[in-house]
Design a protein around this ligand. Structure first.
Ligand SMILES: O=C(O)CCC(=O)C(=O)O
Ligand SMILES: [Fe+2]
Length: 264
């Protein structure tokens, strides 16, 4: 516990250890450790569109276990390669050049997270993570054999458990990919249920574009018959606004991707 406290995140540095996260204003039954892929990483200081100030994020590593830092860095080096490979395959699947999306990640603000979901005495009253869509381009998720992740089926919203498969990653489409592809790729809503018997561990890698990238449906994919379904938005500001709502309970509605839907 002492080591965790030394690397606890705060309002200035959101990296490190944290056990009070909120998804859409509801506290999650979990503790997390976050670390950046690129250290340091620059993000907007606030979600105010007129505020041009940037904030420097840096990693916070505990002294114990001493090999944690090196292991984490090696993990994200490898998973990042997979993320770029998937990005290229998705571009090709959309009929675009393989490297069409790569430029958006020149100063990526990606990070990885250890999620620890302790056993919960009243699992029907809590969620590990409340329903949400991942914000970035892709999420590459590694999970243990306990299970608990559920995906909201697009047709009827029913929660479908994602069965853990040994040595397999789960790939989630994020909001940015949904918008770039003008809904050809869909960012599935998901949540995590907890249980009273076993703790669970998962490690998502959130593949996030550079903060200054403006996200909109790709020109090559829209035309008169198939107009843009989203208005342009700035990724860094979107990220900053979601982060604010992650950090603590807030008044009012949180910004979600549907806010940028073009009017029908
Ligand atoms: O633990 C999981 O399986 C998923 C966690 C998740 O959805 C997230 O951290 O965004
Ligand atoms: Fe998620």
């Amino acid at each position: 516990m002492e080591e965790k406290r030394k690397v606890k995140r705060d309002e200035l540095n959101p990296m490190g250890y944290h056990d009070g996260e909120h998804t859409k204003n509801v506290r999650d039954w979990k503790e997390v450790f976050d670390f950046l892929v690129v250290d340091p990483t620059l993000i907007p200081a606030s979600d105010d569109p007129d505020d041009k100030e940037l904030r420097v994020l840096t990693n916070q590593w505990p002294h114990k276990p001493s090999e944690l830092r090196e292991l984490c860095q090696e993990y994200t080096r490898q998973v990042e390669k997979l993320a770029f490979k998937l990005l290229e395959l998705i571009s090709l699947s959309l009929g675009l050049p393989a490297d069409r999306l790569n430029g958006y990640f020149k100063d990526q603000i990606s990070f990885a997270r250890f999620n620890h979901y302790p056993p919960c005495p009243a699992p029907h009253l809590a969620l590990g993570v409340g329903r949400h869509k991942d914000g970035g381009a892709l999420t590459i998720l590694s999970q243990d054999d306990v299970g608990g992740l559920q995906i909201g089926r697009r047709s009827d919203g029913e929660w479908i458990p994602v069965k853990p498969i040994p040595d397999a990653f789960i790939i989630n489409i994020g909001n940015c990919m949904q918008v770039w592809s003008n809904d050809l790729y869909w960012s599935a809503e998901h949540r995590v249920v907890v249980n009273s018997q076993r703790e669970r561990l998962s490690i998502p890698f959130f593949f996030f574009p550079s903060h200054y990238v403006d996200i909109k449906p790709l020109d090559e994919l829209i035309n008169e018959q198939n107009p843009a379904k989203y208005k342009e938005f700035n990724w860094g500001k979107f990220f900053a606004s979601r982060n604010r709502s992650d950090y603590k309970k807030r008044e009012g509605e949180n910004i979600q991707i549907d806010h940028f839907k073009a009017s029908e």
